[in-house]
Design a protein around this ligand. Structure first.
Ligand code: FES
Length: 127
C-alpha cells in the first residue's frame, strides 16, 4: 500500500485556499516544537459562518494536505460546527494518514481553534 492516500497527495500537490486574508476576523498560528512546522489560519466570519478561509503552512506534506482539507471542511460552515472539527475528522477526510503523521493533522485542528479564540477575543462573542 502506498504511504499516502491519493487524497493526501492531491491536497499536497494542489492545496486549496492557500494564502492570507488581510482583513481576517480571526487569525491563528500554531507550531510543533518537535518538527518545527508552522501553520497559520485566517478566517473571515459573517453571521457566525466561516465565509472564507485561507492558510499558510511551512511544513511537511501531511501538514499541507491537512490544512488544505481542513479549510475545505470548514468553509461555509457555522462556527458551532467549526469549533468541533477534530484532527481525526481531517485525517479521515484525507482517507487516512500514517500513524506517525497523525500529529500533522493536529496542527490543523489547533490552528482553527486558535483563530476562533482570536475572533472571540476581538469581538467578545462566545461561540
Ligand atoms: Fe511536522 Fe508533519 S512533520 S507537521
Amino acid at each position: 500500500m502506498a504511504l499516502y492516500s491519493e487524497k493526501v497527495m492531491d491536497h499536497f500537490r494542489n492545496p486549496r485556499n492557500v494564502g492570507r486574508i488581510e482583513d481576517a476576523d480571526g487569525v491563528g498560528e500554531v507550531g510543533n516544537a518537535k518538527c518545527g512546522d508552522i501553520m497559520k489560519m485566517y478566517l473571515k466570519i459573517e453571521n457566525d459562518v466561516v465565509v472564507d478561509v485561507k492558510f499558510e503552512t511551512f511544513g511537511c506534506a501531511s501538514a499541507v494536505a491537512s490544512s488544505s482539507m481542513a479549510t475545505e471542511l470548514i468553509k461555509g460552515r457555522p462556527l458551532s460546527e467549526v469549533k468541533k472539527l477534530t484532527n481525526k475528522a481531517v485525517a479521515e477526510a484525507l482517507d487516512g494518514l500514517p500513524d506517525y503523521k497523525m500529529h500533522c493533522s493536529v496542527l490543523a485542528e489547533e490552528a482553527i481553534l486558535s483563530a476562533l479564540e482570536d475572533y472571540q477575543k476581538k469581538t467578545g462573542k462566545k461561540i
